[in-house]
Write a protein that binds this ligand. Structure first.
Ligand SMILES: O=C(O)c1ccccc1NCC(=O)[C@H](O)[C@H](O)COP(=O)(O)O
Length: 259
């Protein structure tokens, strides 16, 4: 299963990263970075309307290379200037060709909150996210025990990071709600066979209380997809491939949001 490979690769990478910057040094860097108010992100996504998270993603396990030409900062600025509510930056290097330095540069140059999109399996990655200027981190229920989920959720809060807790099915959704998630992402991509269905979000939307922001992730390509999600009272949509492959990103955002 791809998630097992991603977790194993992330753990190998972390060992090397901690040899060059120790946990203590990373904690000091995080402490020296201004702390944000996590509630601001939750309020933004709970406000009326549908809110777009534009993703900066060069490649993925399901699609391979998505953007050979990858001017990540220009892409992020384009998103920022044309109506996204947040920007997701893939920082996983082995399968997504991401980099934490992309996030650092982007966060320093845009006005909207930036999400660290990675496979968090260690508290080190949360300090790293804070130090790089992220406002939001992703915690994926499928790769964490209840104890890890709670510890990372609490630590993220303490660091002033908002948390997008990702679930794929009813069981994971229950665990996300139990931990106190204020923003839940439901992935429409089946990570076993990479098939995508918006029905996953539609089915799980009903199980999430109205005071918890609900973000539909993956496989959203056009205005019709967004309209269906709007009809089901989804608060946010996370879109990668459709934006990354659009030659005119401003135009694509306008089309998606129907403005
Ligand atoms: O995209 C993948 O192939 C993938 C494989 C395994 C784990 C996660 C994966 N994607 C991460 C994401 O959640 C997406 O990048 C994000 O939801 C945007 O999806 P899309 O709009 O379909 O590019």
């Amino acid at each position: 299963m791809i998630l097992d490979d991603l977790v194993a690769a992330t753990k190998r990478r972390l060992k090397k990263e901690q040899q060059s910057v120790s946990l203590r040094q990373m904690q000091a860097q995080a402490a020296a970075t201004p702390t944000k108010d996590p509630q601001r992100v939750y309020d933004r996504f709970n406000a009326p309307g549908i809110h777009l998270i534009g993703e900066v993603k060069k490649a993925s396990p399901s699609k391979g290379l998505i953007a050979a030409d990858f001017p990540y900062l220009a892409i992020a600025k384009d998103y920022d200037q044309h109506g996204v509510s947040a920007i997701s930056v893939l920082t996983e290097p082995d399968y997504f060709q991401g980099n934490i330095n992309y996030l650092k540069t982007i966060a320093a140059n845009v006005s909207v909150p930036v999400l660290r999109k990675d496979f968090v399996v260690d508290s080190y990655m949360l300090y790293q996210a804070k130090a790089a200027g992220a406002s939001i981190v992703l915690l994926i229920v499928a790769i964490l025990s209840d104890d890890q989920l709670k510890r990372y959720f609490d630590l993220a809060n303490k660091l002033g990071l908002s948390v997008l807790v990702e679930a794929h099915d009813e069981g994971e959704l229950k665990r996300a709600l139990n931990v106190g998630a204020k923003m839940i992402g439901v992935n429409n991509r089946n990570l076993k066979d990479f098939t995508v269905s918006l029905d996953n979000s539609i089915r799980l939307r009903k199980l999430v209380p109205d005071n918890v922001a609900f973000v539909a992730e993956s496989g959203i390509h056009n205005r019709d997809d967004v309209k269906i999600l709007e009809q089901h009272h989804v608060n946010g949509i996370l879109i990668g491939e459709a934006l990354m492959t659009a030659p005119d990103k401003a135009d694509k955002i306008t089309q998606l949001l129907g403005v």
